[in-house]
Ligand binder design. Sequence first.
Ligand SMILES: [Zn+2]
Length: 153
Amino acid sequence: MDNWLEGLEPIVEHQELKVPYRYSMGATTSKFFIEIRDQKRILGIKCPQCNMVFVPPRSTCGRCFSPLKDWVEVSDKRTLQTYTIVHYPTPVQPVPTPLIYGIVKLDGADTGLAHLINETDYERLHIGMRVQAVFKEERVGNMLDILYFKPLP
Ligand SMILES: [Zn+2]
């Protein structure tokens, strides 16, 4: 059993899997996207037990497992917590490469939100930089209703 892989030729099979599907976002996530779509307003949800504010919202506190129902409006201005520059294109990316994905923490929230960062000067990018949400003109009720976060001067 020591070298049972020795001499074994792995079999590689190429397949493509396309699975169209629909799913319900549920009440909490639906409210989050409806506010963005209809009001260009980003809401968080606050835990009544430990006061943690989640953006994006969730129905149960990830820290103390309390049910969450207290909506709070948070700022559309955020701080970049981390980022990566993507040069490799894949079919699932929402914009052509190169693109920047960042985790941004908005003022008044305790959690980060992953989204696109619109900055072409990579030298300007830095953790802690201030960014602001830019909304699409025609919004449909999903995360891409926020086009990207643009750096603030
Ligand atoms: Zn909690």
